[in-house]
Design a protein around this ligand. Structure first.
Ligand code: FES
Length: 176
């Protein structure tokens, strides 16, 4: 993935630092690197769901580790974003059980409805569609993740309603 050169305002608020320090306190002295994944989630949630290089450097500084140790984690996991994403990211599971239950048709339907391709935000920055690997909810296929929450047994009608609810600001993205 090409990483765009876009500036991100870094805002390590007092409440964010309190949560980070609380996460770090779960690990023994000198092992603060173990808190990297939960800290990255916290920091990303607090910064419009993406992590610029400068922000990753900040995380490295907080955890007293090398920046490259953060870069390699952020670039490995699809749940971390290295550039701005649509506010409402529809992450469709594209593994076999969801595919057998029609997820590909639903992704195509969603892209057509929003006028975008997979991985491309709408011009207003509101929506984006992405395919991800199994989200561990195969019994509820076809499904997707939207923010911190799962949307299950998807149909075209459910997608239509979700888009309306997103536009009406009725969708909660994070559970805190
Ligand atoms: S295959 Fe879709 S959640 Fe597991």
């Amino acid at each position: 993935m090409k990483v765009l050169d876009i500036k991100q305002e870094i805002n390590m608020t007092e409440s964010l630092m309190t949560r980070i320090n609380e996460l770090i306190s779960h690990y023994p002295e000198g092992k603060q690197k173990s808190a990297l994944l939960p800290v990255l989630h916290e920091v990303q949630d607090a910064h419009n769901d993406w992590l610029s290089i400068e922000l990753q450097d900040k995380v490295a500084e907080i955890l007293s580790i090398k920046p490259v140790e953060v870069y390699e984690v952020v670039s490995f996991y699809t749940m971390f974003n290295r550039q701005p994403i649509g506010k409402y990211m529809f992450e469709f599971c594209t593994t076999s059980p969801c595919c057998l239950n029609g997820v590909e048709n639903l992704m195509d339907y969603t892209c057509d409805k929003l006028g975008v391709k997979v991985g491309e935000p709408t011009p207003d920055g509101m929506f984006e569609v992405r395919g991800v690997q199994c989200l561990g909810a195969c019994g509820y296929a076809p499904m997707m993740q939207l923010g911190d929450f799962y949307q299950e047994h998807l149909t075209k009608e459910k997608i239509d309603q979700l888009i309306v609810d997103c536009r009406d600001n009725k969708i909660t993205l994070h559970d805190k």
